[in-house]
Design a protein around this ligand. Sequence first.
Ligand SMILES: Nc1ncnc2c1ncn2[C@@H]1O[C@H](COP(=O)(O)OP(=O)(O)O)[C@@H](O)[C@H]1O
Ligand SMILES: [Mg+2]
Length: 359
Amino acid sequence: MSLLNRLTRPSREASIEHPAARRPDTARSASTPAADAKSDGLVEIRGVHKSFGDLEVLRGIDLTIAPGSVTVILGPSGSGKSTLLRAINHLEPVTQGLISVDGEVIGYRREGDLLHELHEREVLRQRTAIGMVFQSFNLFAHMTALANVAEAPRRALGVPRREAEEHAREQLGLVGLSEKASVYPRQLSGGQQQRVAIARALALRPKVLLFDEPTSALDPELVEEVLTVIRSLARAGTTLVIVTHEISFARDVADTVVFMDRGRIVEQGPPAEVLDRPSHERTQAFLQRVRTGTEPGSAAAGPGSPIDSAGPASPAVAPGSAGPAGPASPVGSAGPATAPGSAGPAGPPPDGRVLAAER
Ligand SMILES: Nc1ncnc2c1ncn2[C@@H]1O[C@H](COP(=O)(O)OP(=O)(O)O)[C@@H](O)[C@H]1O
Ligand SMILES: [Mg+2]
């Protein structure tokens, strides 16, 4: 375990011990072509901690996300979901631990047993393989839908304008917006804007696509069109990691559901287990709150609503940990710090699922 510990972020070009070099099973070498071919979009998160000042927001995250798989991350507001997504593409450097995509450590360059912090330019290059779709679309208001989608390939990859636009038309077609190429974001509904944002993320042909509550800013009647587009991407080869409160969508598309609370993974497994037979009391309580529309950010659904009609009745447990949702910022970062509530008692023992150790 001590090998995984990095006490402070190294300064640029500072050298630190590299755990993966001694644990080839957990982070394979990026220089093995055979492994690469099979592992496109493999995300490995090892011992990740993240603090903002005194507030430890990620408290030891270990997660392996298989190439081409769909992972849905659930959890109360403030549990660290956005921070984890942002750490995956190095928008948020971690304070301890490692994240790699196909064996390439994100944010660092490996040299033998040492890691060197990458220059911003190289981080941007890595980020082209890791797309992100935010709650608040973040389209350029002064650019047409087509230009929004063509922009990143032109800027980040130097693709010539004509080629980038041709490709952008294809991406807009994939999200059902061929007809809207020449309109501006203000002329589009929220659902259409989010579909443009998805097309924009796809334009860089990412190996991994991260969605941070992609439908929570939308009017209820626009949610489904965005979920339909995301559904169509599932199993098309790109690894998808989706933070959402849409439980029935999670049941539909997810290979793995991960439940996070207070900076830790509380449990993970197939949707049929985590959603219908959750082991942990906190998962049960969270699902109950989403079902009844009392979880901040969840759809206001009454009991027995279709949002999670297949789920079993869970014992109602006083939440304690659900802080108010922070205001959404333009880049999808979290609002002000909310102190997590007190920990409930540990749930029943695991039944074959991976349960994170709780202190
Ligand atoms: N840049 C930041 N500075 C300080 N605190 C932050 C920052 N980003 C997130 N936080 C805090 O970290 C915790 C987890 O936030 P977040 O990852 O956004 O949770 P979630 O997405 O699960 O709601 C919250 O308490 C939040 O206020
Ligand atoms: Mg969030």
